[in-house]
Write a protein of this length. Structure first.
Lengths: 295, 295
């Protein structure tokens, strides 16, 4: 696979996601809410989750309209979670995606409301009047709701909140991150896969792939938090260390964390090989991207 | 219709909703999140929205399982919105449903997270693996997402936020309340109606009914805010006046506001008569309840 072909696919996909989000996050929403939502979700971010949705959908010959809606829905959930996570009562962060955080820009009340509205919009985007089969709409809503709720992202945040300053073993740390970040990344893959016809074996393999890159993503995040500066990251560097949060680097050490990330990438590749799917090149290269990224 | 029969139906329905919420809002959610969600949603509240869902579902011979899920989902959305609305950055309220507000009890971060998780749980409850037809699941998600997002509840909150201390005419006030409260009450009726077979005429009539009681609810809320004390209301009385928010009482005066509430109740009754549905007694009596309530 020529890396240039992959980069072209990434670029084209990101443009399409951006156009779709532009269309679905309305500027005209009342009393500045539209402006705040657009600030939070447009024009920045790595868009890893939408890329995973689209790559998985392509691997299973999935419907494009459904996949694009799923891609944008999962990004809306991700963007709302960042906006709420940055609030003073949570991480109290001022820099995100290279810009002032949402509450710094628009005030706390509007940031909370925009986050709430983005979560609702995610499910709105998944349930159009026409264009996506109703059964698929329901399945996508189910996958997204479970991944973002108490047993997924929100639950992971609650554990994170309760763990500040407490020693966590690797197992507890892995459980926290699986929920906080991993489950939504995995759901991105599965939402894409749900857009096409897929065997049970392939579904399980893609689920394993999603779990591996979900964990790898967090391990790399923890590595970057100590090895990169804020300018490269687009968010405040070193904040986990400063706030005495347990991380893979603090638990395993930097070298072992790096080795673990590579091991997870290999697991992801193996899961793709086991899937029996012919067209997993994008998913494979996305696994590399997750591990090799520098921000 | 014997009022006792209605009260019996209300009591039985409330018990069933409580049991369903008990089952669907898990105590075991991580790091205290389950406890916080249960505090916010169990054991209190008028449960007007679930009653509207169930009454509308009975009027159209709707499926019970789907209707109960819709009833709980809409109550979860309502409860999350109250929890977020009470936060210091919004209304900064300390009393709700006769208890300390969620953030007073569990802290701001947990209150925000529990609200986020309740919104996700609403869509999770609507999309079970089995027991509700997938097309109905999709339709219920669509109705709920639109009613709670930027064009509904969250949008109304944003207008409310922007309107403090500003003079609003009756028209702008009505638009704010339609979004903030009315659209979700109306959606409760329509989600119940979606659980059965219903003609387009009946759907339009129930939509009109929902719009009328949605507005009546807010007019009565504004009346109670100035005529009742906090103990009866279970929340802080007089706060709209104190915070210089425009209300129906401040715009119309108390007597005209009372007359308007009665007029809206009559509109609701007329819509039911126009629906052609035979079994609208509960919906009719719920319209009375909305207008005659004292808290």
């Amino acid at each position: 696979m020529d890396a240039g072909v992959f980069e072209h696919w990434v670029k084209r996909s990101l443009q399409e996601v951006e156009l779709a989000l532009e269309a679905w996050v309305p500027e005209a929403a009342p009393a500045g809410l539209g402006e705040a939502m657009r600030y939070a979700v447009l024009g920045a971010g790595k868009r890893l989750r939408p890329l995973l949705v689209l790559a998985a959908a392509e691997a299973v010959g999935g419907e494009r309209e459904a996949a694009m809606r799923a891609a944008c829905a999962v990004e809306l959930i991700h963007a709302y979670s960042l906006a709420h996570d940055d609030m003073p009562c949570m991480d109290n962060d001022v820099l995100r995606r290279g810009k002032p955080t949402l509450h710094v820009q628009y005030g706390e009340a509007q940031a909370m409301l925009a986050g709430d509205a983005m979560q609702a919009l995610a499910f709105d985007v998944l349930t159009p009047d026409t264009g996506v089969a109703p059964a698929l709409q329901a399945r996508l809503c189910r996958l997204l709701a479970r991944a973002s709720g108490y047993d997924g992202m929100a639950g992971g945040q609650a554990i994170d909140l309760a763990s500040v300053g407490k020693p966590l073993g690797e197992r507890a740390l892995r459980d926290m991150h699986r929920r906080k970040t991993g489950v939504l990344l995995q759901a991105s893959v599965l939402m894409g896969a749900a857009c096409g016809d897929i065997s049970e074996t392939a579904w399980t393999s893609l689920s394993d792939y999603g779990a591996a890159i979900g964990l790898a993503f967090q391990v790399v995040d923890d590595i970057l938090d100590v090895t990169q500066d804020s300018e490269v990251l687009g968010k405040t560097a070193g904040k986990d260390q400063d706030s005495n949060k347990p991380t893979y680097v603090s638990v395993l050490g930097l070298d072992a964390a790096r080795a673990y990330a590579l091991q997870l990438r290999d697991q992801a590749h193996k899961a793709l090989a086991d899937s029996g799917l012919a067209d997993t090149a994008w998913l494979s290269l996305l696994a590399d991207k997750v591990v090799e990224r520098d921000n």
